[in-house]
Ligand binder design. Structure first.
Ligand code: BTN
Length: 243
């Protein structure tokens, strides 16, 4: 059973749960906010969202069945949970997971995921799964990710609370599935992976490269081939998608 808390304003819902972790049991707690004053994105980026227009929330789950070295599996399960919740509301064939775990609608970013985990004796412990989903916002700054919202796609206004509950439930289901069917998560992730088994342009060390995406290794690194069949493996900071 998930428990929901809604805050009007907070620095970051991930940071809030991280602070709460030493005070109380945060497992299965979902914290959402109308406004984050210091929302965090991947890397050292921030996360911007117009007040009260989008879903910005974090969910704390116990994932102590997962070895720390396999933590990218959690990232896959979370991206799949989010995309499955969206499949029921948006044209499914246009929704993809852009490695490592952004949700894209065609070539534009619809949602981002930030996971902060604690590790105990080489096993995962509690993970704080932060989701930023663009829902009703109609204008965005000109970010390189070309953000888009659900309302921009369908023209509909969405009630945030039922949507939050639907998404959080799907996340829980997919993380549960990870316990018994990790292979299914691996397969489903590849089925929805943006640019999987296609040629596309990337930037590596400031140089444009045309590469063919072949998969993801067990550490979550992106695997690609060039025209001469040389293989490459990249971490998040080492490659940029040219979109
Ligand atoms: C990304 O850069 O793609 C990840 C964005 C994650 C944003 C969400 S919004 C709710 C939660 N709290 C944060 O501070 N960040 C995550």
């Amino acid at each position: 059973m998930l428990k929901f808390i809604h805050l009007e304003q907070i620095d970051s819902t991930n940071a809030y749960l991280q602070r709460q972790q030493s005070e109380c049991d945060i497992r299965n707690l979902v914290v959402s906010a109308d406004e984050q004053t210091a929302g965090k994105g991947m890397g050292s980026n921030g996360w911007e969202s117009e007040v009260g227009k989008n879903l910005t929330f974090s969910l704390a789950l116990e994932v102590n069945f997962l070895p720390a070295e396999r933590q990218f599996l959690l990232s896959k399960a979370v991206a799949l949970g989010l995309i499955h919740a969206l499949d029921t509301l948006l044209p499914e064939e246009k929704l993809h997971i852009k490695w490592p775990n952004d949700i894209y609608f065609e070539n534009r970013k619809l949602a981002g995921i930030l996971i902060n985990s604690t590790i105990k004796a080489n096993m995962m412990d509690v993970s704080i799964i932060g989701i930023g989903l663009n829902v009703n916002q109609m204008q965005f700054q000109d970010w390189p990710t070309h953000p888009i919202s659900m309302k921009q796609i369908t023209g509909k206004e969405y009630d945030l609370q039922p949507l939050l509950e639907q998404v959080a439930e799907q996340l829980l289901i997919k993380v549960e599935q990870l316990k018994s069917f990790p292979a299914a998560i691996e397969q489903d992730y590849l089925k929805r992976l943006y640019r999987y088994r296609t040629w596309a342009d990337y930037e590596v060390d400031g140089k444009k490269m045309r590469l063919f995406m072949t998969g993801i290794d067990s550490f979550g690194r992106l695997q690609l081939l060039d025209m001469d069949n040389n293989s490459y493996c990249f971490d998040i900071k080492e490659i940029k998608f040219l979109i």
